[in-house]
Design a protein around this ligand. Structure first.
Ligand code: AGP
Length: 604
């Protein structure tokens, strides 16, 4: 998943594009580059690594327009040659690309046979040379011909040295938005409309191989048959604020500390006699027609989805299942219009999630998005949406979005509980939910205790995270945190599964992090930990204050405020976040932008 940005207008295109890349870095940061047209020549500057490296070496003449790219490597190593923009062999055309061309090898072999030289390992360079092959003076036409040969998902921006006023854009299953400002003096193109600079824009969202010829303040759009079409634009008010750390060392720590307020925001105005989501465009009559739920997500969002199925089962007695989106999209699921698909995504741009949701819609299912980004593809493509209201989550490692997703799932399960007349006391659970932000504040005040324990465990490279019931997805989520920011080999298991294999791994250099805050299975987790202790694994237990038996069992214990099992993941997850953060800090990894990762995975 990469970020692409283009500008044509009266401002300095380099400055506008560099600002655009700053807001797109969450989509990948293996390399960056910028290119444009100056005196009938293509000029480009590229750099390995993050945007700061490009800034240091940037030395371009004044450009008439510019395209810019931040890369997450799919085909080809992370190096200068594979950085975008990529040129055709003659140096007349430059292209930047987000996505994957699945048949690029065969296309490349054919071009090589025709004598075309290549200078990179990328699939993108095949495309720019295909366009050059078909170019006879009209860039849009050449691109249209090339599209006919491509298989895969993509969003491209293309420029030609002989057309210094136009950028050609096209997209297929990859997000691409084109904005013209209100006085029609400039146009911006981006993978993410929230990266536009200024106040308001008329936005066009390209899809299905539509092609746009973008000039300063004007957009001409053609369908996949190159027929000119009129496309409805949407007015977008940009609330652009440059992300800041507000004094925290990392965005991740800032976002961990935001959680009491983001949970309060997720709750605000959503309980009045019953649960209410003002933005939800699906009716009670519709929900009453639903017989089961299919919850989809990736990574952290899938862990929130697992908790969602537990809550739907326990509180709403609603049959539900959760599926990792990359698996769901290739299954042969038994779905009907009586199934509601709940698609969970912080960014709303995760390719596997979008694809799985589109697949489910083919069965006649309505889809409900749980999302944090208003102008995202998921929000545009689902039948209804509930927003997380967590504010921009900058750190690749998701924290406040997770607890906001959990908050929404609890509210939604209470909403369905009311609708399905289950016998639970919705008011009492909601009242307990209101105490959670204060519980988290207490934990945040004790962060040094967690930091001290983390320092002790930072030397280990292998970890097992354990949990039962509501603590299993909590353990899964906490293991993911540690894995992705400290690069430790951290895996999670249901505590009851230990004896079925994983216990073979245990020993003095294989610590166990035990999430115990589940009253229903208190005695069971205690006996599991006795088995762990007998194998001499160091044990760090996160347990409610009343689980005093943990003193005698674990090497280290962090006590969290006590609450009912369905709400216990909040506090324990925050401990897991801080534990991972301080281990990563101790190990000196790049916490906000860990190696090989990106904030939004927009390719399969
Ligand atoms: C979480 O810390 C990871 N960065 C990753 O697993 C993330 O949750 C996943 O890629 C899904 O992203 P989404 O919520 O934006 O769809």
């Amino acid at each position: 998943m990469c970020g692409i940005f283009g500008y044509v207008g009266k401002k300095n295109p380099i400055n506008v594009c560099m600002q655009g890349l700053l807001h797109l870095e969450y989509r990948g940061y293996d390399s960056t580059g910028i290119g444009g047209i100056h005196n009938g020549k293509i000029e480009i500057c590229k750099s390995e690594g993050k945007l700061a490296n490009l800034k240091k070496k940037l030395d371009l003449p004044m450009l008439e327009l510019a395209i810019a790219h931040t890369r997450w490597a799919t085909h080809g190593k992370v190096n200068h040659a594979n950085a975008h923009p990529l040129l055709d062999a003659s140096g007349s055309i430059a292209l930047i690309h987000n996505g994957i061309i699945e048949n690029y090898q065969e296309l490349k072999e054919n071009l090589i046979k025709e004598g075309i030289p290549f200078s990179s390992e990328t699939d993108s360079e095949v495309v720019v040379n295909l366009i050059a092959k078909f170019y006879k003076g009209d860039l849009a036409q050449a691109i249209h011909k090339a599209l006919g040969l491509l298989k895969g998902i993509f969003a491209f921006l293309v420029i030609h040295k002989d057309h210094p006023q136009e950028i050609i854009a096209t997209a297929q299953d990859c997000p691409l938005s084109i904005g013209c400002n209100i006085d029609k003096s400039e146009s911006m193109i981006s993978s993410d409309p929230n990266t536009f600079q200024g106040d308001s824009y008329d936005i066009f969202f390209l899809k299905e191989k539509e092609i746009a010829r973008v000039t300063s303040g004007c957009v001409e759009i053609f369908d996949q048959h190159l027929k000119s079409i009129r496309k409805r634009s949407e007015r977008l008010e940009i609330e652009q604020q440059a992300p800041t750390k507000n004094g925290f060392e990392h965005f991740m720590l800032k976002e961990i500390f935001e959680q009491p307020s983001t949970i309060r925001r997720a709750l605000l105005g959503r309980f009045n006699q019953g649960i209410f989501f003002e933005e939800l465009q699906l009716s009670n009559v519709f929900f009453k027609s639903i017989e089961n739920l299919w919850i989809l997500g990736c990574g952290t969002s899938s862990h929130a989805g697992v908790l969602g199925t537990y809550l739907m089962e326990d509180l709403a007695r609603f049959p539900s299942s959760v599926e990792i989106a990359s698996e769901a999209r290739y299954r042969n699921p038994i779905l009907s219009k009586k199934t509601l698909v709940i698609a969970v995504s912080q960014s709303g741009e995760t390719a596997d999630l979008l694809a799985a949701t589109r697949e489910a819609q083919k069965y006649g299912c309505k889809t409900l998005g749980i999302c944090n980004v208003k102008n995202s593809t998921l929000v545009r493509e689902t039948s209804g949406v509930i927003f997380l209201r967590a504010g921009p989550e900058i750190s690749v490692c998701s924290t406040k979005a997770f607890t906001a997703q959990l908050t929404v799932f609890i509210l939604l399960s209470l909403y369905f509980a009311n609708l399905r007349n289950t016998q639970i006391d919705v008011g009492a659970i909601y009242k307990e939910l209101l105490t959670i932000p204060a519980h988290i504040e207490q934990i945040l005040e004790r962060q040094e205790e967690i930091q001290k324990i983390a320092k002790k465990y930072a030397k280990f490279d292998d970890f097992i995270f354990l949990g039962r019931r509501y603590m299993l997805p909590t353990a899964q989520e906490s293991a993911l945190k540690l894995k992705e920011i400290s690069y430790a080999n951290a895996n999670s298991y249901a505590a009851g599964e230990l004896k079925h294999g994983p216990i073979a791994l245990l020993g003095p250099n294989f610590p166990v992090i035990a999430f115990c805050a589940n009253r229903q299975t208190r005695a069971k987790i205690a006996s599991n930990l006795m088995e762990v202790k007998a194998r001499q694994s160091p044990i760090f237990a996160i347990a409610p204050v009343e689980f005093t038996e943990m003193e005698a069992i674990a090497d280290d214990v962090f006590y969290v405020p006590s609450t009912i099992d369905p709400l216990a993941p909040f506090s324990s997850a925050v401990v897991g976040q801080l534990f991972a953060y301080y281990i990563a800090k101790e190990r000196g990894s790049d916490i906000d932008q860990p190696r090989n990762l990106a904030k939004s995975v927009t390719v399969e």
